[in-house]
Design a protein around this ligand. Structure first.
Ligand code: FES
Ligand SMILES: [Fe+2]
Length: 450
């Protein structure tokens, strides 16, 4: 897919306090842009969390300054032990996206979603409160719903021996236990996990110890809020099963160095060298790209058959923002729709990708509205990307594969890779603020292309 990158700044986004171009009077959030500050990465990483079973010398190479660094050690993409570490400490170790709030809109709505090492049961209670529970019965551990399934009923019923729980997790009935000495029903409620909603996305913290999401994503919130993703309606959806590591898919998302080679359709509507990347201080990475003159959005002919999102200014209508929230969301903000990829790693070399396209309600109200103009464009581009990523995975299967260098256009890949490398070295992305001795400096990066 296409993506942010960066070298030549033609137009700055006025919503951003652009540390590179120093736009006069730029309103909005103070999100720095430009290549990562190398001084952030050369400092030794003091482990505050568990350390991954991976060569520390290779990680040190990944953490060298931008321009001198190398990609992650090969084991990061092929070794089941590293994958198990990621499932436990990345996907169960902080906020991970588990779905869309709109799919659990009503009391009694339930959904079981794979997250990290196990699965999570989401439920909406009678007061409208969303809950997340470990999807394991308090009796003998049966899943409360099969992973991936949904239900709509007034209580949570285990399919094995029918223990029944309230929508807020409390044990309601346990057949045969009534009056049993020493059996205290109040002690056998479901294991509840922190859950939050962010612009219509549901995030679950399997560790219970992640930094508060609103604080960690404060800068990103200011970029995303004008698009009002929580107001939009999903009108297109695709699932892809890619034979590639989840990080290969994310790294691919973060650069358009490959676009002139594999994405002719994308390059027709968006110049692959346009835009710039942000330098976030939270657990996200991203940037923006411009639309070519005369192109309204990312579609095969640049035409929009939807409605421009009502909160966008002139810049928002001429650009596409691509952001990745660690570890599993790729959020692509277009003038007239929001595309979301949610990644679920299944194995070191396999990832499930759920892709949705959401539009303004007023677009869906247009007679004969068809989301195909956006869906078809990105489905073509997605498949081009997954094909490249699967080939990278096969290439990294070779024992002769050695971590390579990053091009000047791959500074967002560098940001992601260093985020992962720090996580492997014991500084988990969702605990950075707790771990960091001081907030990151936001000294200006080098101007793109300089
Ligand atoms: S395992 Fe759920 S009722 Fe027995
Ligand atoms: Fe791509």
């Amino acid at each position: 897919m296409g993506h942010p990158h960066p070298r030549h700044v033609s137009v700055g986004r006025p919503k951003i306090d652009c540390m590179v171009s120093q736009l006069e009077g730029a309103p909005g959030p103070a999100v720095a842009v430009g290549p990562a500050d190398p001084t952030d990465s050369v400092a030794p990483v003091a482990p505050a969390d568990p350390v991954a079973p991976i060569d520390p010398g290779g990680l040190a190479e990944s953490l060298r300054p931008f321009g001198e660094s190398r990609m992650l050690p090969r084991a990061a993409y092929v070794d089941p032990a590293v994958f198990a570490f990621e499932q436990k400490h990345f996907f169960d170790g902080g906020w991970t996206c588990a779905g869309f709030a709109a799919e659990l809109a009503n009391p009694g709505d339930q959904q079981a979603v794979p997250v990290g090492q196990g699965s999570v049961l989401l439920s909406r209670d009678n007061g409208g409160v969303l809950h997340a529970f470990a999807n394991t019965c308090r009796h003998r551990g049966h899943e409360l719903l099969p992973c991936g399934a949904s239900a709509q009923r007034p209580s949570i019923v285990c399919p094995y021996h029918s223990w029944t729980f309230e929508l807020d997790g409390g044990l309601k009935t346990a057949k045969g236990f009534k009056g049993t000495p020493g059996f205290d029903e109040s002690k056998w409620g479901l294991v509840e996990l922190p859950v939050t909603q962010w612009h219509g996305l549901i995030f679950v913290d399997g560790s219970g110890g992640a930094d508060p999401m609103d604080r960690a994503l404060a800068e990103l919130d200011e970029l995303v809020a004008p698009y009002e993703p929580e107001r939009l309606v999903i009108a297109g959806r695709h699932s892809y099963d890619a034979a590639a590591n989840w990080k290969i898919l994310t790294e691919n998302y973060h650069e358009c160095y490959h676009c002139p080679v594999i994405h002719p359709e994308l390059c027709k509507v968006s110049p692959p060298s346009s835009g710039l990347n942000y330098r976030p201080s939270g657990p996200w990475v991203g940037g923006w790209m411009d639309l070519r003159a005369g192109m309204d959005t990312m579609s095969l002919d640049g035409t929009s058959l939807g409605v421009p999102l009502r909160g966008l200014d002139e810049t928002g209508l001429r650009t596409v923002i691509y952001v990745n929230i660690f570890p599993n969301v790729l959020l692509s903000l277009h003038p007239d729709y929001v595309m979301t990829h949610r990644l679920t790693p299944l194995a070191a070399d396999r990832t499930l990708i759920e892709c949705t396209w959401a539009f303004a309600p007023e677009a869906l109200d247009k007679p004969g509205f068809d989301p195909g103009y956006a869906v078809e464009f990105w489905d073509i581009t997605n498949r081009q990307d997954w094909g490249a990523c699967e080939s990278v995975q096969r290439g990294l299967g070779s024992g002769h594969a050695v971590p390579g260098p990053l091009s000047p256009d791959e500074d967002a890949v560098y940001q992601f890779v260093t985020q992962v490398a720090r996580g492997y070295a014991g500084q988990l992305p969702w605990r950075q603020r707790a771990n960091a001795p001081a907030a990151r400096a936001t000294t200006a990066g080098q101007p793109a292309g300089s």
